[in-house]
Design a protein around this ligand. Structure first.
Ligand code: ADP
Ligand code: MG
Length: 602
């Protein structure tokens, strides 16, 4: 094949492939343009998750009629004029390819008017082919409508997920921009339903509260510091609020939402010992620094950036948080979990106690940082959180057993077991010696029992007298509503409650001693992080694993003798108890022959 110069329309489609992955990416680009145009108010409307329509209307500086064609041409921008500008970018956009890319894979209508002009102009582009701009009546500012995204790239269109999922992403894109510029007023409508109405405000706090709810906002700690070049400010959550993933870590660099591994790591370091393992801190941070000290042109959607001195930034964030935690009495922020009476049975006293223990422990650790040992050694003790709580009330292993246990006559006397390190059980068997991992075995047992019940439709749901509202991130809320049926099969009843809040109306009775909100969040995390279009069966299985893992006794939990008996008893009832559902072995068997061989008796 000869080498051919690609046509402009093909070039645009290729560029679109890089920048425009789904409706949410379109929304991001359009909202960024509106912010760059110094809009004070931005109204967003989407239909069917954004795949049918995305409309962004702003009251910004507008585009002159004779520049409308250029705005949708590729590599045309008003934001850079010379090469050096690239190294001191002060706007969100600068590549001049977003509108061209979007217009090449949709039917786009652009209307705009500048303050100097008495009328506006309208331009329509279908699959990259533009009409002449015609005059139209419109207010000062710009409105961009993107209809039928990917109508001419069926492969891309096929990759779109359900309306709820796409809306989840769209809403997250909205959230990221809205958090970055709190002084701008925003609204978001989905299928004509008003999802967010955010008045312009002075700082980020009010915006966080509007977007994520009061409960989270009340648990925020203000942080601030200034280095020679960098001003860091924002909010981090009290350790009693955390997540099973790092998606609630919002970092804004000069108003731009970014993801940065090194800063995420600094956050985790700062919370080391304050959160149990597998939990991630929540943070909303803004970094202001001279544009020339950071390269934003390293990633097509500018999600990642390159700092000139990332090591220094890392230390600044870490030390700012550490000194703030030292100065903060973290306990006073902990509200009694079981104050809300009727729901109280779920927020069991065990959980409250555990939390209190963790908080006390953390407080002690933080206090010890100013003494000689220093933060490093405190951090090394992080794992002792689990073990420090070994004297808690015994777990209700038997709760599940009774239903499952065979009639008394069939019962074999349970084998006695030695307990080792609150982690392994060693028992003598006919074959030899079996070493059991208590967590893995219990997880397996619970998993099997749950599965059996789900399959036979026997999961018992306990309806909550007062449904529990849970504030979620946009994508979590979308996942919750989209998978309502699936969650109902597991005994978890979810109702929409407006915005990103859902109600838990019923909870699996067998999980009574766990917090419904926590379990829901973890399940949603599993639903969201699954990359491919999941098979219903796989999904259910995955959720069962999650519940089993969450409900099982942990390594480090000290079990009462009855609990050990119960565990060993149930072990016989579970067909494949040799592996925990994650595939780790739950027990190791040393046969007598093996032992004899090792001790050189044979
Ligand atoms: P970039 O934002 O990288 O410059 P875009 O393709 O997103 O590239 O936009 C091209 C140009 O169109 C911008 O540089 C700007 O001049 C103009 N433009 C786009 N959207 C708006 C808007 N909402 N208000 C004013 N001007 C806009
Ligand atoms: Mg742009």
């Amino acid at each position: 094949m000869p080498i051919l110069q690609l046509s402009q329309s093909l070039i645009n489609k290729i560029a679109a492939g890089e920048v425009i992955e789904r409706p949410a990416s379109v929304l991001k680009e359009l909202m960024e343009n509106a912010v760059d145009a110094c809009a004070k108010r931005i109204d967003v409307a989407v239909q069917r998750g954004g795949s049918e329509l995305i409309r962004v209307v702003d009251d910004g500086c507008g585009i002159p009629a004779d520049e409308l064609q250029l705005a949708v041409a590729s590599h045309a921008t008003s934001k850079l004029s010379e090469a050096d500008d690239l190294f001191r970018v002060g706007t969100l956009g600068f590549r001049g390819e977003a509108l061209a890319s979007i217009a090449s894979v949709s039917r786009t209508v652009l209307r705009s008017r500048t303050p100097e002009s008495d009328s506006g102009a309208e331009l329509a582009v279908t699959g990259g082919v533009a009409t002449e701009a015609v005059p139209c009546g419109c207010p000062v500012g710009t409105s961009v409508e993107v209809h039928n995204l990917f109508f001419n790239t069926p492969v891309r269109r096929k990759f779109l997920r359900t309306v709820q999922t796409e809306f989840g992403h769209t809403s997250e894109a909205f959230t990221r921009i809205a958090l970055g510029v709190p002084h701008v007023q925003f609204t978001l409508r989905h299928n004509d339903r008003l999802v967010f109405d955010l008045p312009g405000c002075d700082g980020m706090f009010e915006r966080i509260e509007r977007l994520f709810g009061r409960e989270l906002a009340e648990g925020l700690i203000h942080v601030e510091s200034t280095d020679a070049q960098v001003r860091l400010s924002g909010y981090v959550a009290d350790p009693m609020h955390s997540r099973a993933n790092n998606r609630m870590q919002y970092v804004f660099l000069n108003g731009r939402y970014i993801r940065d591994r090194s800063l995420q790591h600094a956050l985790s370091e700062a919370y080391r010992g304050l959160l149990t393992s597998g939990r991630y801190p929540i943070a909303f941070l803004t970094l202001d620094m001279p544009p020339e000290t950071v390269d934003v042109n390293v990633h097509p959607t500018k999600l990642e950036v390159r700092f000139q001195d990332s090591g220094r930034l890392y230390s600044q964030l870490l030390s700012t948080l550490r000194s703030k935690f030292l100065a903060t009495d973290l306990t006073v922020r902990v509200r009694p979990v079981d104050s809300g009476e009727p729901v109280g049975s779920y927020n069991s006293s065990r959980e409250t106690e555990l939390r209190q223990e963790v908080v006390d422990w953390a407080k002690e650790k933080v206090a010890s940082w100013d003494t000689a040992a220093g933060p490093e050694s405190a951090a090394q003790d992080a794992f002792s959180i689990g073990r420090a709580s070994a004297d808690r009330q015994p777990l209700e292993i038997t709760r599940l057993d009774r239903a499952m246990a065979p009639p008394a006559g069939d019962m074999q006397t349970p084998a006695r077991a030695l307990q080792i390190h609150n982690r392994y059980l060693v028992t003598e068997t006919e074959e030899g010696v079996t070493i059991i991992d208590q967590h893995a075995l219990h997880e397996r047992i619970l998993y099997e029992q749950l599965r059996e019940r789900v399959c036979s439709g026997e999961i018992e749901t306990q309806n909550l007298l007062v449904p529990e509202p849970v504030d979620l991130a946009a994508d979590e809320a979308a996942a919750a509503l989209e998978n309502r049926d699936l969650l109902a099969e597991l005994g978890m009843k979810i109702e929409p409650f407006g915005g990103n809040t859902v109600l838990i109306a019923g909870f699996p009775a067998m999980l009574a001693n766990l917090s419904p909100a926590e379990v829901l969040r973890e399940l949603l995390d599993k639903l969201i992080s699954g990359k491919r279009e999941p098979d219903r069966g796989d999904l259910l299985d995955e959720l069962l694993h999650t519940i089993a893992c969450r409900a099982a006794v942990k390594a480090g939990d000290r079990l009462a003798p009855e609990e050990i008996d119960a565990l060993l008893q149930q072990r016989r009832l579970v067909a494949s108890s040799h592996h925990c559902p994650h595939g780790r072995p739950s027990e190791l068997i040393f046969t007598r022959e093996e032992l004899d061989k090792r001790f050189k008796r044979v």
